[in-house]
Design a protein around this ligand. Structure first.
Ligand SMILES: [Zn+2]
Length: 75
């Protein structure tokens, strides 16, 4: 697994959650930056990043369409 923050290698570990009712949880720790994520956080971040990618793609398509229109009007 790759860290979404720094693209570093992540290792699966068991963490103790003193504040939670479960007591412990499995997650990943980045060996480069120390980021800790559990499966739920990771799934949420993946959805957010894929949504951002789709929004950027739509925005770039709209921008490209507009620039083509500008070229046609000025020609
Ligand atoms: Zn990292």
């Amino acid at each position: 697994m790759v860290c979404l923050r720094c693209d570093g290698l992540m290792r699966r570990e068991v963490f103790i959650d003193f504040a939670g009712s479960d007591g412990s949880f499995e997650g990943w720790r980045c060996l480069v930056c120390g980021e800790i994520v559990d499966p739920e956080i990771y799934r949420h971040r993946l959805m957010q990043s894929s949504l951002r990618d789709r929004q950027a793609e739509v925005f770039s398509r709209k921008t490209a369409t507009k620039s083509r229109d500008l070229v046609r009007l000025s020609a």
